[in-house]
Design a protein around this ligand. Structure first.
Ligand code: NI
Length: 220
């Protein structure tokens, strides 16, 4: 037997005023939520501070964690040894900045963390970083260890299309900023090496101790 087609539901009489007030109230709530999220200290990005605990490996296989660097300023950079442009530029700038800062950078430890654990063993990461300066410590780790540290610094990286015929010949897109961390392990500032060593040295000098005491401690 053929069923009768479902009748369209009876339309409710709409009160235009009620409808308008509901829409307006809804928009108000959305706007308020949006403004709240934009404010510093709110929203998903603020849920977790940048940085934190990590477990990586040094070239000799020794496990290295953030605890090994307590009391030091860290300048952390994520990159990979096959990088053709941004990584060499940034690490050169770091090396130049160290030279410029001299003793003022005595408590500063630059760390290069590979985002390409597939190709960069801890030994390769170490050797690569040393090419720029023996003071830059290169670290690697397992894929999981690298993913975890990338996540805590909100670094993104992605393998790009490999060159034809060679699956191991790939470039990577990655976050290329420097992270300056304080001696207590807290994130101090995002820095960049792309303006060269002198500019980076100037930025670092603002955070490192040993700055001209007359301006640093003057109170009005
Ligand atoms: Ni790079």
């Amino acid at each position: 037997m053929v069923r009768p087609r479902a009748r369209s539901l009876p339309r409710k009489d709409k009160n235009p005023t009620v409808a308008f007030v509901s829409v307006a109230f809804g928009l108000l709530l959305l706007t308020a939520a949006y403004i709240w999220l934009l404010e510093p200290g709110h929203g998903p990005a603020a849920a977790q501070p940048i940085g934190g605990a990590f477990v990586l490996q040094q070239d000799d296989g020794r496990v290295v964690t953030q605890r090994d660097f307590r009391g030091q300023y860290l300048l952390i950079y994520f990159g990979y040894a096959h990088c053709a442009d941004v990584c060499p530029m940034t690490l050169s700038a770091v090396a130049d900045a160290l030279d410029i800062l001299g003793n003022k950078a005595a408590d500063l430890r630059p760390i290069f963390i590979t985002i390409d654990p597939q190709r960069d063993t801890p030994a390769i990461a170490r050797a690569y970083a040393r090419k720029f300066s023996p003071r830059i410590l290169g670290l690697g780790g397992t894929g999981d260890q690298v993913n975890a540290v990338e996540k805590s610094y909100r670094v993104t990286s992605a393998v790009m299309e490999p060159a034809a015929g060679n699956a191991a010949d790939y470039a990577m897109n990655h976050t290329a900023g420097l992270f300056l961390m304080g001696p207590d392990g807290r994130f101090l500032a995002p820095l960049s090496g792309l303006q060269g060593g002198p500019a980076l040295a100037q930025q670092l000098a603002e955070y490192l101790p040993g700055k001209a005491a007359s301006t640093a401690t003057t109170t009005p």
